[in-house]
Design a binder for this molecule. Structure first.
Ligand code: ZN
Length: 374
């Protein structure tokens, strides 16, 4: 079976309006010639195009999907939130919270974005594809049930996961969020649940600045089922692989997920304008390989990546291609032309050792918690 590749050009037609990166126009801030909105369709469109021109698309099962239904969305979002979003979308657009702007028709595009994730999960669960990549846009991992945040308007992965549970019954799912920003929305939605292990690797206190601490372990029935791995700014390839080996993989092996979902932000690369980490395409390739091994051990290979952030139009396509190549077991002739420069910028060994010691000292579960799964 091939790897499923879920995309739809209509997702690229979402517009957050004129910005300079994430800031609305304001005094002293000259508009950018390119339109300026950091969550640009070009970043994702260039990834899709590289998948095509590299020849990788020939090895994938490319498809679109129906939009998530109102019932799907209501599994996560209150009706009042959806009603307000739809009403603004039918007019000229608006802002659903904090840096969560959209234009006319944004509701339908966001529901389609969640629908791509829903189809990717369902097809992977039912073995219609080997594994999957959903090029969802707008992203979802900052979105709270009743408030949009950080370019995110609907909680794509939770909407997709709850739709899968409605269809397939109870199941243990792990969500690994390697977007460089904290996956606060996903964390909040599953914070008191034991059937969903949420893990976020992120640049410490980048965005949101007040969430993502290592001691946020979940609450109630969910205590021990949330793992934050805040990484120091400047960390690179080694910091991410150390975090995977020391914290993420042990947590996954303890939890024994039946499906693994990657919140696949590609903004930890060294070229990203909204963060200060130094990962490269090879980092994403290796992390994907590690999760495929865990998925093969516990989840019959069921692994789905859902696109989140990533704001370097130049570099995101190479990072995304590395993830999709790995999922598909293919290696195209594409070589990341930025690799040499980024490797030259990796932090010195004493920084790497300091970060590793910090990771080794982090408790990933409550002291009294047996953590033997659910
Ligand atoms: Zn991000």
């Amino acid at each position: 079976m091939p790897t499923g590749f879920y995309h739809d050009e209509r997702c690229m037609w979402h517009s957050g309006g004129e910005h300079v990166l994430y800031l609305p126009l304001q005094p002293w801030l000259q508009p950018l010639a390119s339109g300026g909105y950091a969550e640009s369709p070009e970043t994702k469109r260039r990834l899709r195009n590289l998948v095509e021109v590299s020849g990788l698309l020939d090895h994938l099962a490319p498809r679109s999907a129906p939009a998530a239904t109102r019932a799907d969305l209501e599994s996560i979002h209150p009706a009042a939130y959806l009603d307000r979003f739809k009403a603004l979308s039918d007019q000229r657009g608006g802002d659903m919270g904090e840096e969560a702007t959209f234009s006319h028709g944004g509701y339908e595009i966001a529901a389609l974005s969640a629908g791509l994730a829903k189809a990717a999960l369902s097809d992977t669960w039912h073995r219609r594809v080997d594994n999957a990549y959903a090029l969802s846009r707008p992203p979802g991992h900052h979105c709270l049930p009743d408030r949009g945040m950080g370019f995110c308007l609907l909680a794509n992965i939770p909407v997709a996961l709850e739709a899968l549970r409605a269809e397939a019954g109870p199941l243990r799912a792990a969500i690994i969020d390697w977007d460089v920003h904290h996956g606060n929305g996903t964390e909040a939605i599953y914070y008191d649940r034991a059937d969903t292990l949420t893990i976020s690797l992120h640049q410490e206190r980048c965005y949101p600045s007040d969430t993502g601490a290592a001691d946020a372990l979940g609450k109630g029935a969910g205590l021990g089922f949330n793992l934050n791995v805040p990484l120091l700014p400047g960390g690179g390839h080694r910091a991410y692989l150390d975090a995977m080996e020391l914290l993420v993989l042990p947590a996954l092996h303890d939890f024994r997920p039946e499906i693994i979902i990657i919140a696949c932000g590609l903004d930890a690369n060294a070229m990203d304008p909204l963060a200060r980490m130094q990962a490269h395409a090879g980092t994403y390739r290796e992390m994907t390989r590690m999760l495929m091994e865990v998925a093969a051990t516990h989840a019959q290979g069921r692994l789905v990546a859902v696109h989140e952030g990533g704001y370097s139009e130049a570099q995101v396509p190479f990072c995304g291609l590395a993830v999709i190549e790995t999922l598909a077991g293919q290696r195209t002739k594409v070589i990341d032309p930025f690799q040499t420069l980024i490797e030259a910028g990796q932090p010195a060994e004493d920084f790497v050792a300091f970060q590793r010691a910090r990771l080794s000292a982090q408790n990933r579960k409550p002291k009294t918690f047996p953590f033997d799964g659910v």
